[in-house]
Design a protein around this ligand. Structure first.
Ligand code: HEC
Length: 194
């Protein structure tokens, strides 16, 4: 980000924080006594009491403002300022990927080395496949894989792109023309799902 836009964001964010603090404090009344006094305007016979904001409500606002300032010091948000702890989404993603790699890497390379016909017979893999399907595919193809309007049935013998292991692998990893996403790209760690 160029320094102009960085200062632009810092300026607007600070102005906004000062602005809401000012609105909050400028409208604050200290006398906690309830009155029968109304603000004076009536709408369809409905009037508005002129009482101070309850203290818990006022302090909730104060807490959110203090919280946002602390947040903007610790995390990035103020233009190009990186934040105290140096958090970035790239680092977080890389951390999650390497944790998954440690947890599943060995298992995955074992199955990647096996031919599809063989894996398809393995009861443990079928169970895993069912859970992976439930999490990633069922929203389109249905929990039972039978599809619905616009989403093909994967349990019948009618295939759009072929039923060979290679054709199905291509469907899953590269995606297909309609709304079938390419799942291979989600393994963006240099490890390709061949
Ligand atoms: C966003 C919705 C969506 C999700 C999620 C999705 N699919 Fe699909 N899938 C489709 C659509 C739509 C098609 C048909 C593509 C076409 O007609 O070009 C398709 C086609 C397919 C095909 C080819 C079917 C044939 O007849 O050749 C296979 C195999 C497949 N999907 C498997 C999966 C698997 C496995 C997953 C989960 C990893 C998955 N799909 C997730 C929408 C989805």
């Amino acid at each position: 980000m160029t320094s102009f836009w960085s200062y632009w964001i810092i300026g607007l964010t600070s102005l906004f924080l000062v602005g809401i603090s000012w609105i909050l404090l400028a409208n604050r009344r200290r006398d906690e006594t309830q009155t029968d006094q109304t603000t004076g305007h009536a709408h369809d016979g409905i009037e508005e009491y002129d009482n101070p904001l309850p203290a818990w409500w006022f302090y909730l606002f104060v807490i959110t403002i203090v919280w946002s300032i602390a947040y903007l010091i610790v995390y990035p948000g103020m233009g190009n300022y990186a934040g105290l702890i140096g958090w970035t989404q790239e680092k977080q993603h890389a951390g999650e990927v390497s944790a998954a790699e440690q947890r599943y890497g060995e298992l995955r390379s074992r199955y990647l080395a096996m031919p599809v016909e063989e894996i398809a017979q393995d009861p443990a893999v079928r169970k895993m496949g069912m859970r992976i399907f439930g999490n990633n595919c069922a929203q389109c193809h249905g929990a039972d894989g039978k599809g619905r309007f616009g989403f093909p049935n994967l349990t019948d013998d009618d295939w759009l792109y072929g039923d060979s292991p290679d054709a199905i692998k291509t469907s899953v990893t590269q995606g297909r023309r309609a709304a079938m996403p390419a799942w291979g790209i989600f393994w963006g760690t240099g490890v390709s799902l061949r």
